[in-house]
Design a protein around this ligand. Sequence first.
Ligand code: CAA
Length: 389
Amino acid sequence: AAAPIGIHDLSFATTQYALTHATLAAHNGARVAKYHQGIGQYAMSVPAADEDVVTMAADAAAPVVARHGADRIRTVVFATESSVDQSKAAGVYVHSLLGLPSAARVVELKQACYSGTAALQFAAGLVHRDPAQQVLVIAADVSRYELGSAGEATQGAAAVAMLIGADPALVRIEEPSGVFTADIMDFWRPNYLTTALVDGRESISAYLQAVEGTWKDYTERGGRTLDEFSAFCYHQPFTKMAHKAHRHLLQHCGRTVDEAEVTRAVGLTTAYNAEIGNSYTASLYVGLAALLDHADDLSGRAVGFLSYGSGSVAEFFAGTVVPGYRARLRTAANRTAIGRRTEIGYDRYRHLHERSFPCDGGDHPTPNETTGPYRLVGLADHKRLYATR
Ligand code: CAA
């Protein structure tokens, strides 16, 4: 039989700054309980002026390359919906910052928050064709809504780097997948806007419709039954969405919904996202990191994954946790990535939110703010310049 394929390593990075929901609530007059209990969010990551998806991605991927080397990486797939260029793949900057071999292909993928999963599945296909190669999958995003909008409380930022290969150390990705597409305008960002547009209620119902659609396709293709799963990782635009989605799946399957059962299934996946906020493509895999870091031994257990990208495309698939995985986790580094952020006040956040580069082709250095390993040095002659700090 062919060797199993899956996630061999997983690392994530986030930003220099964090805005708490207590600070946001004090500014906009909302009850903080709406954020803490209602949507399940406590803080959101805010990029410094010299951080973006590229710096976060390089920060996330560097430990993976340090642990495994880059000799077998022939492909880098960068998934994002907050791209920095309409033509050049952000992954090319990461390839350069990390000194990856020139004998590699690098490409960027987009379909809202779903494209991290597309990258993972395409990577699995490449590894199936050539089991000796590894694919570096990066999912990185900065979630931005307009100041004062309902979406503002669901912002955040993070990058996940995953090494996909044969005989993985963490999670084996199984066939089949259940897939679902529907043309819905629930969330989108036209090229001329820097913040996303969203119909909040429509987006939640579109997500739940996709849960049903993917599950239907998954079961029709002979997937596992509900009771075979030990936990479920859902895309988390806000952490309570994972609860809503799982409750919906149980109801759809004709189960009586027991809240304790919902919390058992998704509770451990939300620990990091509650502090980071929505990281779009990365969010599902930040959820996986939280599950692996906090659960009792999951060796040999099946985990369900529901990836949702507005617009909308979704996929449900299963993964089996590989015995021995605990020795390969990055729990301390993950906690440090969240804990090292500096809490900022509303005015500083607002200033960063409103900041943008002039489009005049001039020299625009960025202030030296991040204490992370990579920084966006600035823009000159319309070119983004990055450096190791
Ligand atoms: N104490 C406890 N709970 C409270 C509360 C209080 N004082 N006040 C309100 N709540 C609860 C509400 O009952 C509600 O919970 P339920 O949905 O379970 O009823 C929750 O807090 C939120 O309250 P509202 O619905 O009134 O909040 P809102 O209208 O201001 O906006 C939102 C919520 C629609 C999620 C908004 O933040 C938004 O538009 N976010 C962006 C879109 C989004 O994240 N959509 C998710 C699906 S799309 C997707 O997944 C793709 C993606 O990444 C964007």
